[in-house]
Design a protein around this ligand. Structure first.
Ligand code: GUN
Length: 288
């Protein structure tokens, strides 16, 4: 039987609607959440992501502070900008769109973002808190994947979850979040010798590699929940995930489409983190 589709677009729209009413309430208390978005250069994909983020901010009432900078900007100027944003009380979250041009020291710039404004959840403070099971900003894409499972009542407790991909911004935090939800977690990667066997053991299969259709239908266990976090552009210009969707959907119990799965969730969780940052800055009690 074909899998049930996990509609990331719909789950993200529900999260945005909830945030919008929360933001209205915050504004009535004089708190106006603000997100600074920093883009360096002309990378077309980055420009597209940044404009979607700004559009979503507008839609739900978050003030966006846009900093679109030419490739002539120096490391020092960028660091000075981050310092200014760190000190600006109207800015609750800072997002530096990645990848940065190669001549810049990306690590130094990302680590300069104040931990209380790191709404991407990429910095050592956020990642350390995730490991320690302490409240903090959770990276948006893995958080979005968990929220999709929640929305479809897929409980990782006692299940075998396999995360394919070990990036710092998706694979590792996602594995920790699944562990937090009491799954037995395997992280697979390019050096995993028996990837097919490993994937076939997954009740929940999450893939974040960035390789079109690398997970074929015969790697999916019957009835598994498949979360495809890849966004790849084919030579024909089509956007596809890391999972070969058509055959996989014939075996899976649940599956996310690409586009319309993990993508919209990432932006929704960025908005969530920005609202969280604004509440924390105002000294409000938050549940994370
Ligand atoms: N580039 C692609 N995805 C992301 C993201 O989630 N955050 C940032 N800062 N850059 C990205």
């Amino acid at each position: 039987m074909a899998a049930q589709l996990i509609d990331g677009k719909k789950v993200a729209a529900d999260i945005r609607a909830k945030l919008k009413s929360e933001i209205d309430e915050l504004k009535s208390k004089g708190i106006s959440p603000g997100l600074a978005v920093v883009l360096v250069g002309e990378n077309p994909a980055s420009k597209k992501y940044v404009s979607s983020k700004e559009k979503t901010c507008d839609e739900i009432g978050i003030k966006s502070f846009s900093h679109k900078l030419p490739e002539s900007i120096t490391q020092k100027e960028l660091i000075d900008l981050i310092d200014d944003l760190n000190n600006d009380e109207n800015v609750h979250g800072i997002l530096v769109q990645l990848p940065l041009p190669k001549y810049l020291n990306e690590k130094e710039i990302m680590n300069r973002i104040a931990p209380e404004k790191d709404v991407d959840g990429f910095g050592p403070d956020a990642l350390g808190k995730l490991v320690l099971d302490e409240p903090g900003f959770v990276a948006c894409t893995p958080h979005g994947a968990i929220k999709m499972l929640d929305a479809y009542n897929i409980d990782p407790k006692g299940k075998h979850a396999v995360v394919v991909g070990r990036s710092v911004i998706v694979g590792k935090p996602l594995a920790l979040l699944l562990l937090r939800k009491h799954a037995t977690v395997t992280i697979a990667h390019s050096r995993t010798p028996d990837l097919k066997e490993t994937c076939l053991g997954a009740d929940i299969l999450c893939v974040a590699v960035g390789k079109a259709k690398m997970i074929t239908g015969d790697m999916v266990k019957e009835g598994a929940a498949v979360i495809d976090i890849g966004i790849n552009v084919t030579p024909e210009g089509k956007i596809v995930g890391d999972v070969d969707f058509e055959p996989a959907k014939e075996r899976a119990g649940y599956i996310t489409p690409v586009p319309g799965g993990a993508g919209p969730m990432t932006i929704a969780m960025l908005m969530y983190n920005t609202v969280l940052a604004a509440k924390m800055a105002a000294g409000m009690k938050v549940e994370v």
